[in-house]
Design a protein around this ligand. Structure first.
Ligand SMILES: [Zn+2]
Length: 373
């Protein structure tokens, strides 16, 4: 049951899974596209197909080890990692809960440090074997300079990830430093703003130079910065509030014996999209708008709501901290039912009403600032 709920939290669009240190690693489909693209441009020229494959594999392993670095330090602080997703500009480790500012600093540093150590190790090894080679020779990929190029790739990963902007690790480091002197909200806003500015700069450079890869990276930096900023703002604005402070308490329910036609009438008459389905006083399921429409098409208007409802809906206790419940209702149209210890229906939590709660909280904090200043 708990496992099922966790599945729905996974980032959409990922394919394939491997487990490293017990943490599932998923490849986002855009990452697979990038691998294919790299293979495509890598083959030909002066290096063999095998070397190209080895080079890409080594870079993939480097990015993965980077994430393992984050994971192990997080584990040291007792924070479990739900999953690692590989995106084109690097991996993303999803922690079970947000670390404290000091912990975040060390967790964020661990990843780039791994790349630095790999680069330093490889360069030291090459130097002991044959001395330095000229940097110009690295311009053209050949079979002979494979190890140097892997080292260079890791140095690039080290520098890129330390850029002080969300969603890079450097953004997290910046945020944890800013949080020492400013409010957490302000620190997050600055780090996310830096990420978006950097993305626009990279995008412009890519556009002017006709560099497709740079534009691609810029797009991902922009999306990542916006997402990180929104998620962090959500956590801050909801901290200290239980689920019951934000839940919908005024709503309509359906009885399991009612027809899909009646459910459709209720859908039109109210502003609700999802309806708890009751058997007497107890909840037995949740009828979502899409399930309702699907049942209308496949089973007809006279079928029962009980045959169309979802029996494995998301349940949340009223006292659960709202910030912990956020991942479960983050998707568009997501809905959870709030049930107390006695399994009695107390309310509903939807992504829509949580965003309204966030709007109100935002307004309250702004108002408090105006009156304080
Ligand atoms: Zn990282």
């Amino acid at each position: 049951m708990a496992e099922d709920k966790r599945k729905s939290e996974f980032i959409a669009g990922s394919v394939g899974t491997v487990k490293i240190f017990g943490v599932p690693v998923r490849l986002h489909f855009t990452f697979v596209l990038l691998l294919v693209f790299l293979l495509f441009i890598g083959i030909g020229g002066k290096q063999s197909g095998a070397t190209t494959a080895l080079y890409i594999l080594a870079l993939f392993a480097s990015v993965l080890l980077h994430e393992v670095g984050h994971t192990l330090v997080a584990k040291h602080y007792g924070i479990r990692t739900i999953e690692i997703v590989m995106f084109p500009i690097g991996g993303v480790s999803r922690p079970e809960h947000a670390p404290k500012a000091r912990e975040e600093l060390w967790i964020a540093l661990a990843g780039p440090l791994v790349n630095f150590l790999i680069a330093a190790g490889l360069l030291a090894w090459m130097w002991m074997r044959s001395g330095w080679i000229a940097l110009e020779q690295l311009r053209e990929p050949t079979d002979a300079n494979l190890v140097e190029r892997i080292a260079l790739g890791n140095l690039l990963l080290f520098v890129f990830n330390l850029l002080p902007a969300y969603p890079m690790d450097g953004g997290r480091i910046l945020r944890s430093f800013l949080a020492l002197r400013r409010s957490e909200e302000e620190a997050t806003r600055i780090a996310a703003g830096a990420g978006q500015s950097l993305a626009i700069l990279l995008g412009l450079l890519g556009l002017l130079g006709g560099n497709f890869m740079l534009m691609f990276v810029a797009l991902f930096v922009y999306l990542g910065a916006s997402q990180e900023g929104a998620a962090a703002r959500g956590r801050i604005l909801t901290s200290g509030f239980p689920v019951e402070a934000a839940m919908i308490t005024d709503f309509r329910t359906l009885q399991h014996g009612q027809s899909i036609r009646e459910a459709g009438e209720l859908l039109l008459a109210t502003s609700q999209h999802d309806f708890p389905v009751m058997h007497g006083d107890s909840v037995i399921g949740l009828l979502t708008r899409s399930a309702l429409v699907k049942a209308m098409i496949t089973q007809g208007p006279e079928s029962y709501v009980a045959s169309a409802m979802d029996r494995d809906f998301t349940r949340i206790a009223p006292a659960t901290p709202l910030s912990e419940a956020l991942p479960q209702i983050s998707g568009p149209g997501a809905c959870a039912l709030v049930l107390d210890d006695g399994d009695q229906l107390r309310g509903m939590l939807t992504s829509e009403n949580v965003s309204e709660f966030l709007l109100l909280r935002q307004a309250e904090t702004t108002q408090a600032k105006i009156h304080a200043g």
